[in-house]
Design a protein around this ligand. Sequence first.
Ligand code: ZN
Length: 334
Amino acid sequence: MNILAVETSCDETSVSIVKDGSKILSNIIASQVEIHARYGGIVPEVASRQHILTIVPVAERAFEEAGVSMKQVDAIAVTVGPGLAGSLIVGVNFAKALAIANSLPVIGINHLEGHIYANWLTESNPELPCLCLVVSGGHSDMILMEDHGRYRKLGSTRDDAAGEAFDKGARILGLPYPGGPAIQAATMGVLTSISLPRAWLRESDDFSFSGVKTALLHLVQGKDSPDQTWIKETAAAFQDAIVDVLVSKTIQAAARLNVRQILLAGGVAANSALRSRFLVDSPVPVLIPPTILCTDNAAMIASCAYYHYQTGTRDEVELDVIPGLTFGNGKSGR
Ligand code: ZN
């Protein structure tokens, strides 16, 4: 069964064709990161206009690379939320047009649930129940996945998402946008003696990253003429503080819940310090998708839609965007 998926929730235009929920036939991603970098962050208006320009060429390439025609597609999947309204609208309308023109079912997918399914696109074969850590520029959620379509949110960030904290921290340090990759590049092989505070919030599975960001700001403001070595060591301390909290709290929750595996998902799961800390410290197996499947892509949306399709999920052509869509409380991901 071939599912064509469309993902335009933020600043990546992606179209993918996936066979049987796990075999990627094509996964084309047009990133706008360079366009938004000059503004120091994503400009929603610019993002939606760019999606309009790129969606058709991206879809054409997805067909070309997969070597399948529209007639060989069995269903259309699309991200309906959460995300930027203007960006989501482009993808949803494109997907609905394809579905109507070709008399195919359309399935709306929660972007965050999609991130988790990046783990079904690898050889790793996840075992349920598992504990999912979904970390990105907009979210830092700890979610118990009991079965396909059955989730329980254990905790989330009370202020900044991990990726957002990396962006803000990079700006404070004078490093470029996006902050996560910039901080990772600056801290490669750097050992630091600087320590920044961690907010443990021990009574819950929630996270908080605003305190460490403020501590970083005070540290930088109190330093006269910081040199490159100091900047790198400070960036390493900032990254350590965020990674330490994410890894320690997730491993503690996994032990408490007695889960078989931990699944990482979302753009921040591409961070090499986070990946290696998890692999070293976790007593249970940790599945981490390859970097290209951690950041936004349509293949993960196609994989998620495959499992929804199996349980009979179909949406009507009235399907609409839900920019503030939540995740993790209830039976379905939507
Ligand atoms: Zn995402």
